[in-house]
Design a protein. Structure first.
Length: 374
């Protein structure tokens, strides 16, 4: 019964994604993936129920399906995290292995139908070496795509810190769980657990990715400033925050005096207009206000403020909150109301970040201030 649910849920969610208004490339990729998963679950269901022997033309056509999920997971993640740089020719290269696997099954597919049925009924008799090779390659393929997808997610998390002042709805935590779900399925395959268990996991996997994939909003809506010159992409530190800033910006065209002048303009803009109170503020938007390239703004924040964009903006929000919460006219408001007015858009994010910076909760901070000023 659960497999029938998985098949219909896959098709239903794929239709929803294809008919979704304002659908983007990730929506189309996810819809195609859900259809493939639905067909894959159907091939197992037809095998486990004996239905495949009634529609025996399906025998053997399922071999490439397991090799498709790793590449599609990776490409789906890539389309969400780097939509401004789609490389379709490179993406298609990830499907060479499934095509090779399909080509390697041609000799089996061309067998007379009664021989194919015999092989299937007798657990691959005569094709033991081929099936062992397929399983080994499948395991290696799965582990490889889990590894490179995880690297992509880590890079995305670092990118958020460099370009956004918030994480809510764009941190792709759900995709991390999706990644772990795929990992669990691959481990089950490597450990040679029962197909029933593996496809039960796959069905639950479908429901999970369908729900979160449909509600996933577009993350990167680029609005590059007009004076971008030849530096059309924001420079990212792929090695993490530990990379020496001098090496990172060794080839930058920003001089020391220009950097100091830009920092002064940034400080003045923040002091006068308090842009950090805008919950959705991004590096690109702030760079547009200063009429400079985002790379230069990021460099100034990294080098002079010794911070990434996320920490810089949220640090200003915390300071604003501390000033506002102690004002007599704000005593009628809740802590969260004031926090949201200062630019935060999540209660949990505010509490977590405040404690990280101040070493105490907002409530403890306010009580401490009131006790000191009795």
């Amino acid at each position: 019964m659960i497999f029938i649910i998985g098949i219909f849920v896959s098709i239903f969610l794929a239709i929803l994604l294809f008919s979704k208004s304002g659908r983007k490339l990730p929506d189309r990729i996810l819809a195609i993936w859900l259809l493939i998963i639905g067909i894959h679950i159907f091939t197992y269901y037809s095998f486990s129920t004996g239905l495949i022997y009634r529609y025996n033309f399906l025998i053997g056509l399922n071999f490439p399906f397991p090799f498709l999920h790793g590449p599609i997971l990776y490409i789906y993640t890539l389309s969400i995290t780097q939509p401004e740089r789609p490389k379709l020719k490179i993406w298609l290269g990830h499907f060479v292995l499934p095509l090779v696997v399909l080509a390697s099954t041609v000799s089996f597919l061309l067998l007379p139908m009664d021989q194919k049925i015999y092989v299937f009924r007798n657990e691959g008799e005569g094709y033991e070496t081929f099936l062992l090779s397929i399983n080994v390659i499948l395991s290696l393929s799965g582990l490889t795509y889990i590894y490179i997808t995880n690297k992509l997610l880590l890079k995305h998390r670092h990118r958020i810190l460099q370009e956004f002042s918030y994480k809510e709805k764009i941190n792709l935590d759900w995709l991390q769980f999706l990644f772990f779900g795929m990992g669990l399925i691959w481990i089950s395959i490597i450990l040679n657990l029962s197909d029933n268990w593996i496809f039960t996991l796959a069905t639950l996997f479908v429901i999970f990715i369908g729900y979160f994939g449909i509600s996933q909003s577009n993350i990167f809506n680029y609005q590059q400033p007009e004076n971008i010159g030849s530096e059309s992409e924001i420079i990212l530190d792929d090695q993490g925050d530990g990379l020496d800033t001098k090496r990172k910006y060794a080839k930058s065209g920003l001089t020391k005096s220009s950097s100091e002048d830009l920092h002064h303009r940034l400080t003045l803009l923040m002091r006068q207009h308090r842009l950090y109170r805008e919950p959705g503020l991004t590096l690109v938007e702030l760079a547009n206000r200063l009429d400079i390239h985002p790379n230069y703004l990021s460099q100034v924040i990294n080098e002079i403020e010794k911070n990434n964009f996320y920490d810089y903006i949220n640090g200003l929000r915390i300071e604003e909150f501390k000033k506002e919460i102690i004002k007599a006219e704000n005593k009628k408001y809740t802590l969260i109301y004031v926090a949201f007015d200062c630019g935060f858009n999540s209660k949990s994010a505010f509490n977590r970040y405040f404690k990280k910076i101040e070493g105490q909760s907002p409530t403890e901070f306010l009580k401490s201030y009131e006790n000191e000023n009795l």
